[in-house]
Design a protein around this ligand. Structure first.
Ligand SMILES: Cc1ncc(COP(=O)(O)O)c(C=O)c1O
Ligand SMILES: N[C@@H](CCCC[NH3+])C(=O)O
Length: 429
């Protein structure tokens, strides 16, 4: 698939061209990148706020707790922004818990997901007083009960069930199928709830599922919801009363030509179904990640070398799979924009590849671009699962991150240094 030579940003209204240059809000990106060096992640604060507002508008005062799925982007400044807006957080590790607390998040609005919670992570979450553990197995329930009783605390729990619905997304990011490691098979859930309510140290408060990521339609959510509501009916006859229902995250955004799933569409459908089934009193919890941050960021990179070959034209850029792994891992498509489009160069078709020693190290393929060595490019939709998944492969320093706020910008994480990388390692005597 090829893209036009210089298009407007797709799905990223807070990034736009003015005076022949790409801007984030009112900040021109060419001078910013020259000053701070590349690769560089740039986020828009207004875009984060706008994404949050889309959820709040759709919620329209009903009892819905949005717990930002922070694995999408765990920068402290991003977390602090959502904390200020009143967000809860969906965490999956003790590290994520520490970050939320450091960013000023409210522990009473934290839900803890994940299949592998260790004892220290459970202890830390109990001490912090989180809202709920989303338990994913019988064995985890036993551990939660044991840790809670040993420490004299009560663990509020919700069972994450696997409703076996097809979210129609990439197999690596589909989580609600029988074959996935996540959750408790819905056919077993009733029996597991019965056991959970009998365990000491636990208070059973909710029911949870998360069927996958980058979901483009409401239908799979409603399929899952129907199954969950059947389960709630059955649990009621067993005397198990729940306080909340957590439908996870997963709302898709527009990268190329996908349909973004608006929170309004999802919530309208869910509220209608809850009302039909007489369950409007349940608190609804959502765990969106990508849809809150994905289109709030770009990754800026500089063309290092142009290397036309008989087979393909390679543009070797200074960003690589270690900085943004989505193309290598999922063959994901990210838009590419020239930061300062040029008219003095014919457009050609380029593969954008990084310096890492892997053939899978590409960020975009077969893109029509008019570029020269030294030009800056913006990789679009890089706010979610981008810096959060960056690593040091090939001993590369991870990029800096910047938050643009109107006409200002703030460095919210400095570029990693070689000293940072070497810290903590030692050589045998
Ligand atoms: C349990 C859980 N909740 C929430 C999310 C956030 O998903 P998304 O970023 O697609 O909204 C994920 C990731 O898929 C997840 O595994
Ligand atoms: N990392 C994935 C999403 C995984 C969601 C986590 N359960 C992506 O980039 O699309």
């Amino acid at each position: 698939m090829t893209s036009p030579v210089s298009s407007e940003p797709v799905g990223q209204p807070h990034f736009h061209y003015a005076n022949g240059q790409l801007h984030a809000e009112q900040v021109a990106l060419e001078p910013l990148a020259r000053q701070l060096d590349t690769p560089l992640y740039v986020y828009s604060r207004a875009a984060l706020q706008a994404a949050w507002t889309r959820y709040q508008d759709a919620i329209a005062g009903r009892d819905v707790l949005v717990c930002y799925g922070m694995k999408a982007n765990s920068n402290l400044a991003v977390l602090a922004e959502f904390a200020r807006l009143g967000s809860g957080f969906d965490i999956v590790s003790g590290g994520e818990l520490a970050r939320v607390l450091a960013a000023g998040g409210d522990p009473a609005r934290i839900v803890f997901s994940g299949v592998g919670k260790k004892v220290w992570e459970i202890e830390a979450a109990l001490t912090a007083g989180i809202k709920c553990f989303n338990a994913e197995s019988d064995a985890e329930l036993e551990r939660l009960s044991a840790v809670a009783t040993r420490t004299g605390q009560t663990a509020r729990v919700s069972l994450r069930v696997n409703p076996d619905v097809d979210a129609q997304t990439h197999p690596y990011i589909s989580t609600g199928l029988r074959d996935n490691k996540f959750g408790i098979a819905i056919e077993r859930a009733r029996e597991v709830y019965r056991h959970a309510v009998s365990l000491p140290g636990l208070e059973v408060v909710g029911l949870d599922c998360h069927i996958g990521s980058q979901i483009e339609s409401v239908a799979p959510y409603l399929d899952a919801l129907d199954k969950l509501l059947d389960l709630i009916d059955a649990l009621e006859t067993d005397g198990v009363q729940l306080h909340h229902l957590d439908l996870g995250g997963g709302l898709g955004i527009r990268y190329e030509d996908e349909t973004a799933l608006p929170p309004q569409a999802l919530l309208d459908g869910v509220f209608e179904r809850l009302q039909q089934r007489g369950r409007s009193h349940l608190q609804l919890v959502l765990e969106p990640g990508r849809s809150l941050v994905g289109n709030a960021g770009v990754l800026l990179t500089e063309v290092q070398y142009l290397k036309p070959t008989e087979a393909r034209n390679f543009a070797i850029i200074d960003a690589a799979m270690n900085d943004l792994i989505r193309p290598a891992l999922y063959q994901a498509w990210h838009g590419v924009l020239p930061v300062t489009p040029r008219q003095d160069e014919p457009a050609q078709t380029w593969d954008l590849v990084g310096p890492v020693c892997e053939s899978g190290d590409w960020l975009a393929r077969q893109r029509v671009l008019a570029i020269r060595q030294g030009d800056l490019l913006a990789i679009e939709s890089a706010g979610a699962y981008a810096m959060a998944m960056a690593c040091n492969y090939n001993s590369r320093n991870r990029p800096a991150e910047v938050m643009v706020d109107g006409a200002d910008f703030h460095i919210i994480r400095r570029r990693e240094t070689l000293e940072d990388q070497l810290r903590g390692e030692s050589i045998l005597p």
